[in-house]
Design a protein. Structure first.
Length: 283
């Protein structure tokens, strides 16, 4: 059994179901009528953990997360299966106590899921990066900082976050020069890996996405991160791992609400799409 340490913020995802069939006469806003149904799940960092557990029976996941609650409440129109409103409560978390992290040598990988809610500062990321010698993955909403960027092997961001980072650093080249590997996800268009062994010779690899009917996108980034790490620990092949993560994220967005992806679902999806994969062996 391998062990993984997961660090980041946890939230409560709350879904309230009902319908919107008219606009308020008091203000140009929709009137949502609840039907009494409600679903509550743990999201963000815990969603990453739950996806890891669904995808692998061979990984033990320890988690360091916030104790103060962050709540994301979504109103879902069941007739069209769309979110019509979201309300967040307690959108910050108390700062991590780094002393809670111990026995660094026992972990085979570290995952940081940083939603930039105050739980992890740049200094904390630098400390975490220095503590471990195993592969380190981070998914962050922060602007990438040279204080910690070199200390992580793989930095996962979405296309909007990539654009914000390029704007902050001045160019893609400048951003790339302070990172080992950047994985930029592009929704249905797949992902791009910016990677180099030396920072003057940047290599780019693109990965096609998988077309699927989208029901809900919340939590897809968590699924991508979890499946990326699971497959990397199995293969030590980042390209194979990105392709696998693309597939798992496609499954996740085809489900309602924040959903988990099982290994059986991933295996079946892989087999059904084997003719359009990157050419890696089917597992």
């Amino acid at each position: 059994m391998k062990q993984v340490l997961l660090i980041g913020e946890t939230c409560i995802d709350e879904f309230i179901y009902g319908s919107v069939d008219r606009i308020s006469q008091e203000s140009p806003c929709p009137i949502f009528l609840s039907n009494g149904d409600k679903k509550t799940t743990e999201g963000m960092c815990t969603n990453v953990k739950n996806n890891v557990n669904q995808l692998s029976d061979d990984l033990i996941v320890d988690i360091v997360t916030n104790t103060s609650p962050i709540i994301k409440r979504r109103l879902i129109d069941t007739r069209h299966n769309v979110m019509v409103y979201r309300m967040d409560e307690s959108d910050t978390a108390s700062r991590i106590d780094i002393s809670l992290i111990s026995n660094a040598d026992k972990y085979d990988a570290v995952i940081v899921s940083d939603y930039n809610k105050g739980f992890l500062l740049d200094e904390d990321l630098s400390s975490i990066g220095s503590l471990f010698q195993c592969p380190k993955f981070i998914d962050t909403k922060k602007i990438i900082s040279q204080k910690w960027s070199f200390k992580f092997d793989f930095i996962k961001i979405n296309s909007g976050e990539l654009f914000a980072n390029i704007s902050s650093h001045g160019s893609l080249g400048a951003l790339s020069s302070i990172c080992h590997n950047i994985i930029s996800t592009k929704s249905e268009q797949g992902a791009v890996l910016y990677s180099s062994e030396n920072y003057s010779d940047k290599q780019t690899t693109s990965f096609e996405g998988y077309k699927t009917e989208v029901a809900h996108v919340s939590g897809a980034g968590d699924t991508f991160l979890a499946s990326l790490v699971v497959r990397f620990l199995e293969t030590n092949d980042i390209e194979e791992s990105i392709d696998f993560a693309n597939q798992c994220a496609s499954i996740a967005v085809s489900k309602e609400n924040v959903s988990l992806v099982s290994r059986k679902e991933a295996d079946n999806f892989r087999r059904s799409h084997k003719n359009i994969t990157t050419g890696k062996p089917v597992f």
